[in-house]
Design a protein around this ligand. Structure first.
Ligand code: CA
Length: 224
């Protein structure tokens, strides 16, 4: 799914872009409102994630000008909760909003909900993923099947497995996993991650599916 991210704060935009790409999005990132409007003309995205505070014209104006020419879904990023009344109250045509700071999983869930609602989903990124050993990850239904039977996972376990399965064979660093599955501002014990990995291995019944890369992170075994 083609996503246009309009965000001038690189500390937010860079990890967000990486995370969204891992989730299967094709991300174009711009930092200015006028550049965003040009980008929408040049190559129409399927969804726009739009920050309000931009260096040239503000996000409200960008949103209004998008609406003058396009029905593309827009999710607004806002730093303060009290701006949300303005976002929705002024009927700028935004489809949803996120208050910073937020976790990437929450944003992805919002994106999918908005896309479902507005009917722009091409379905391309929701295909089942074959993990081998009779295990299949059903992204759309958020469940894992083993030989046709559902393996019951917690939400975090599913998110964790989805992340690893988004790029089999690639090493996912511990900090990146915590960042993406838990929260962009997770400062809790990293042992939480090991506990969830252990739970996943036990439930999936295949201890070699998720490999530990000592001192670095984890990776999902590539399907032969
Ligand atoms: Ca900003």
């Amino acid at each position: 799914m083609r996503l246009l991210l309009v965000e001038d704060d690189l500390a937010i935009a860079e990890p967000l872009t990486r995370g969204l790409r891992r989730d299967g999005f094709t991300v174009e990132h711009v930092t200015h409102g006028l550049v965003a409007l040009d980008a929408i003309d040049a190559s129409p995205p399927e969804i726009v994630v739009l920050d309000l505070g931009l260096p040239d014209i503000d996000g409200y104006e960008v949103c209004q000008r998008i609406r003058e020419k396009s029905a593309v879904p827009v999710i607004i990023l806002t730093a303060r909760g009290d701006e949300t009344n303005r976002v929705l109250g002024l009927e700028l045509g935004a489809d949803d909003y996120m208050v910073k700071p937020f976790g990437i999983r929450e944003l992805v869930a919002r994106i999918r909900a908005v896309v479902r609602r507005t009917g722009t989903d091409t379905g391309a990124s929701d295909a089942d993923i074959d993990l081998g050993s009779g295990l299949v990850l059903d992204v759309r239904a958020r469940r894992v099947m083993r030989d046709g039977n559902e393996v019951v996972l917690t939400r975090k376990e599913f998110d964790l497995l989805s992340l690893l399965a988004s790029d089999p064979g690639a090493i996912h660093r511990r900090a990146d996993i915590l960042d993406q599955v838990w929260d962009a501002h997770w400062y809790g014990p990293t042992k939480t991650l090991d506990v969830h990995i252990a739970g996943l291995r036990r439930k999936l019944g295949d201890h070699d599916l998720i490999e530990t890369v000592r001192g670095v992170g984890f990776r999902l075994r590539e399907t032969p």
